[in-house]
Write a protein that binds this ligand. Structure first.
Ligand code: NI
Length: 203
């Protein structure tokens, strides 16, 4: 994964994987999840992500890598099923799951999308897709279907309302909820400061 993602500059680089792996193992332990599955799914969770892979034919990387390592077919399918369920697909699109490993990984991945690191990654991602920072004339949009969410080209600040500020309430583990709380507060403070500076005010 390190060699595949080392040159990414959209916020989905190797260090994102590294942080998600650590968080997923921490949360997984607290939930008594199968840590072997958690760790493998965490390491491979972005290699076939829709944001990074445009070509559907390439959506088999995780599976072929697992098979090439001698992981049996059923287990490889199981891990790919977890990965499939991880991605955020729009404000109104329900991605909650009963699969414990998937819940753990979703929380870990979403925690890395909020707080100070989340802010940095969001602007990096926006820049990589040619999005502006902010445009007060373009209001945020709460996408209820995945196709429209994927096509969205709105400024990066809108992404806070379309995704980042919603993640706290979508956490599915106890530890995820408690870690999300603090990161969420930090984003609210960032936005207050951002608008104050935008308007030339003091906070
Ligand atoms: Ni990720």
């Amino acid at each position: 994964m390190k060699s595949v993602l080392k040159d990414d500059s959209s916020g989905h680089d190797w260090w994102h994987i590294h942080r998600v792996r650590k968080l997923a193992l921490l949360i997984g332990k607290s939930e008594d999840a199968d840590l072997f599955l958690v760790e493998l799914a965490a390491l491979l969770h972005d290699i076939d992500d829709w944001k990074l892979v445009g070509n559907m034919d390439e959506k088999q990387k995780a599976k072929s890598w697992l098979l090439s390592c001698g992981i049996d077919h059923q287990l490889a399918e199981r891990i790919c099923g977890v990965i499939e369920g991880v991605s955020f697909k729009g404000a109104g699109v329900n991605t909650s799951t009963n699969d414990l490993v998937c819940r753990v990984l979703q929380d870990a991945d979403r925690l890395d999308a909020i707080g100070a690191i989340g802010i940095a990654r969001t602007f990096a991602y926006g820049g990589s897709r040619g999005r502006g920072i902010y445009d007060p004339e373009i209001p945020p949009e709460l996408h209820t279907d995945f196709e429209n969410y994927k096509k969205s080209t709105t400024p990066t600040i809108n992404h806070f309302y379309e995704k980042l500020l919603l993640l706290k309430d979508q956490m599915q583990t106890k530890m995820g909820r408690s870690l999300a709380e603090q990161r969420h507060e930090y984003m609210l403070r960032f936005l207050d400061q951002f608008y104050a500076e935008w308007n030339g005010e003091q906070i």
